[in-house]
Design a protein around this ligand. Structure first.
Ligand SMILES: [Zn+2]
Ligand SMILES: [Zn+2]
Length: 246
């Protein structure tokens, strides 16, 4: 068990690191192709910031791999998780899309409250200053967290896998959304059409325009996927205008 657990953690670390490099690399490339300069305007500062973002993100990949590997091995060897590999009833079919929403909402809730907590002055420097050292962030900042913050971000989805049934396909959708939004919310430009951002989608969902304002002002826009908690708690400051790119 110990050996297979170590192997599972190692495999997860490689998968998470490669996924980070591939997705952040792809969006950093798309950013450059668009002619947008994400990160500090000074090229030397930008290079230093990006190398720091990559270093912290790769350390985070190893931290994320520990609970993920543990959950994977519990599922594979012991059958302890609530992961499903087949859909046998109409109820299970209906649960597939619903479980995606439930996981995203709980992840968003966890993120909002732990994120707000980490903005308390006594905790900010120790746990969250690394992420805010990206001023403004780039696509490489997706997992640029201090290890304390990485631990808080790593535990929730593996823990939910033990508590709330989800099909592996639905979990893959959740991970895909988490990965893409983590990268694109930091990349320095809005990828969704203006009509979407100004419409229903932008009023309820978080995209780069919303998270950019968090990186500028610190004390607002704490959410991850939805603007729900920010609106309920009065911390929503609206969307960044992208004059920086003009
Ligand atoms: Zn951020
Ligand atoms: Zn923050």
């Amino acid at each position: 068990m110990t050996n297979t657990l170590i192997l599972a953690v190692l495999v997860m670390a490689i998968i998470i690191a490669v996924r980070y490099l591939a997705v952040s690399g792809a969006f950093a490339w798309a950013t450059a192709r668009r002619g947008v300069i994400a990160g500090p305007a000074d090229p030397k500062k930008r290079r230093v910031q990006i190398s720091n973002e990559i270093r912290w993100s790769l350390i985070s990949a190893v931290i994320y791999a520990i609970p993920a590997g543990l959950a994977l091995e519990s599922w594979r060897s012991l059958g302890w998780t609530q992961l499903m590999t087949s859909i046998d009833t109409p109820l299970q079919a209906a649960w597939f899309p619903l479980s995606i929403l439930v996981y995203l909402f709980l992840h968003d809730t966890w993120f909002y409250w732990t994120h707000r907590w980490m903005h308390q002055p006594w905790l900010f420097k120790a746990a969250h200053a690394v992420h805010h050292a990206s001023r403004p962030p780039t696509a490489w900042a997706a997992m640029s967290f201090h290890p304390w913050e990485a631990i808080s971000g790593a535990v929730l989805i593996p823990a939910l896998m033990f508590l709330i049934p989800i099909h592996v396909g639905a979990l893959a959708v959740v991970m895909l959304i988490a990965t893409i939004m983590g990268v694109t919310n930091h990349m320095g430009w809005e990828m969704f059409p203006k009509a979407w951002v100004d419409g229903w989608f932008g009023r309820h969902m978080i995209s780069a325009s919303h998270h950019e304002a968090h990186h500028r002002h610190y004390n607002c826009n704490y959410g991850l996927y939805f603007r729900f908690w920010d609106k309920v708690c009065g911390t929503d400051r609206g969307l960044a205008n992208w004059s920086r790119q003009a």
